[in-house]
Design a binder for this molecule. Structure first.
Ligand code: V55
Ligand code: FE
Length: 502
């Protein structure tokens, strides 16, 4: 490729609809609010919003490969400020200097410009994580990047002062709200396509207190994991990496419909040598677990399970050709009897299909009564094109896990909803609030809607009554690119952040 050539963005689903590159670092004070934001909502909603700073090197690039941006809705006294900044990774800085993409395909260093050989490739685009007074942006292929929560400026890679040996850090750590501990892992810790996994704990002060390495059954994408009061649990689904495929310029991940899934389960404060491996069903896939908890000797694990991989490009790389609407699934409970000499997985559906689940922070790893997640509106029109799988969710679900009660908030045709965050309420008996970005097409008529022409709003929803719709809508007046994950940080925590406003 000629370094001076101007390239344009490919006209694929990864760069159109809600994936249309916006590429703007913005600060807006006092957004227009319709309705009333409950005064107890006081803090920051941080969001990971991948957005390409440059046209990609390859026309078949995918949305998961876009540069990380960190966005923030700062809410106090019923008013809202909005900011969004790029995460200044090594890769972002190198490409900014070169004024073009130098890194090639998603998680394939063999496709990079030779000038960046050996350079850290992570884009830190998946999840904002708050722990021990610090904010990080994470992606599972690299270290977290510390971000100043006030200025959104990137400080740098986070390795616990050099103590962490793993070069990768999951985008789905789990925090025990009662102990303040951060449980996390890194996979492909021993290098590209290795089966080494590092299982780690940081204490409530942010000190790394444990790092132990173990082997997973094959090199799978371990996107998420779960903890209970007693256990750390690693669900392994058969989407696998292969070094020869990478060397040939191919995809990092390919789904294997013929391979077993596994659960690795060990005492959460135990030794990796105590890990027990339990075989699960063949060919299934999940990216997110909702929660897990102990029930005597039983362990329940609630999973956004699908019968095959939900990402079209991971299916296609594995030779699986089925349409997105054909992917079946359910919110599924796997139950394991740990007192058994030969534990098996017992499986039952507990809720409608969907993904991007949220629970109250205080329910992490404990018996719980409430989950919220997003899905496809069973009564709605076409979804908005975009997002990592090509079609956005357009329905919010509230599930009472105890009795199976389901409540829906469906969106109008062509609209999209992103993953909510949960904000606890101080009022006894109140289920708290959900904050979620909703994208509304400029034209309500599906026949006239233009992909990418929509306005993004922040909706404030009563978590105990999602069907009632938003109690407040905060208008950005802009079309924001698709979010991956978000996190809520209270004012009290922001005020006690390690880094001060600069
Ligand atoms: C996911 C997202 C990623 C990724 C791998 O939600 C998996 C799943 C935004 O990046 O790299
Ligand atoms: Fe995720």
């Amino acid at each position: 490729m000629d370094g001076t050539a101007t390239r344009s963005f490919p006209q694929t689903i990864h760069f159109t609809g809600s994936n249309l590159p916006r590429r703007m670092e913005i600060s807006v004070r006092d957004l227009a609010v319709e309705g009333t934001i409950p005064p107890e909502i006081d803090g920051a909603f941080f969001r990971a919003v991948p957005d390409n700073a440059h046209p990609p090197m390859y026309d078949d690039d995918i949305a998961l490969n876009a540069d990380g941006m960190i966005a923030r809705f700062d809410i106090r006294g019923g008013t809202v400020d909005f900011d969004i900044r790029y995460v200044e990774t090594d890769r972002y800085r190198a490409e900014k200097t070169a004024r073009r993409a130098l890194f090639g395909r998603y998680r394939n260093p063999f496709t990079d410009d030779p000038s960046v050989a050996g350079m850290d490739r992570t884009v830190a685009n998946t999840t904002p994580v708050w722990h021990a007074g610090r904010l990080f942006m994470t992606k599972e292929d690299g270290l977290g990047h510390e971000i100043n929560p006030h200025s959104l400026r990137t400080i740098g890679k986070w390795s616990y002062g050099g103590a962490l040996r793993s070069p990768t850090f999951t985008a789905h750590p789990r925090i025990d709200d009662a102990t303040g501990e951060l449980f996390f892992f890194g996979y492909e810790a021993g290098g590209l396509c290795s089966t080494d996994v590092a299982y780690c704990i940081a204490d409530r002060n942010g000190e790394l207190v444990s790092e132990q390495w173990f082997q997973q059954p094959y090199c799978a994408t371990i996107h998420d994991f779960v903890i209970t009061g007693r256990y750390a649990i690693f669900p392994i689904f058969p989407t696998t990496a292969d070094l020869d495929r990478l060397k040939a310029g191919g995809a990092h991940w390919a789904h294997r419909q013929d391979l077993e899934s596994w659960i690795g389960i060990m005492p959460r404060y135990g030794k990796v040598e105590e890990m027990r491996w339990i075989k699960g069903p063949v060919g299934v896939s999940a990216f997110h677990e909702v929660n897990a908890f102990d029930d005597g000797d039983l362990v329940h694990i609630d999973i956004c399970l699908t019968h095959t991989n939900a990402f079209p490009f991971m299916r296609e790389a594995g030779g699986i050709h089925i349409a997105q609407q054909e992917v079946r699934g359910a919110l599924t409970r796997w139950t394991i009897d740990m007192a058994s000499a030969d534990p098996r997985i017992e499986e039952r559906p507990i809720g409608p299909p969907g993904d991007l689940p949220r629970i109250a922070d205080s329910d992490q790893g404990r018996p719980y009564n409430h989950a919220w997640y997003v899905s496809m509106n069973p009564n709605g029109g076409p979804p908005m094109p975009g997002g990592p799988v090509g079609a956005n969710f357009n329905c919010l679900i509230r599930l009472k896990t105890g009795n199976g009660h389901v409540e829906l908030l469906g969106l109008p045709p062509g609209a999209a909803i992103s993953e909510p965050v949960h904000v606890p309420s101080a009022r006894a008996g109140h289920d708290g609030w959900l904050l979620s970005v909703v994208d509304i097409p400029v034209d309500p008529d599906p026949a006239r809607q233009v992909p990418g022409e929509y306005r993004s709003e922040l909706w404030v929803i009563d978590a105990g009554d999602v069907a009632a719709g938003p109690v407040a809508r905060v208008r950005t007046g802009m079309a924001l690119r698709s979010q991956v994950h978000g996190t809520w940080v209270s004012r009290a925590r922001l005020d006690n952040s390690v880094l001060r406003p600069d």
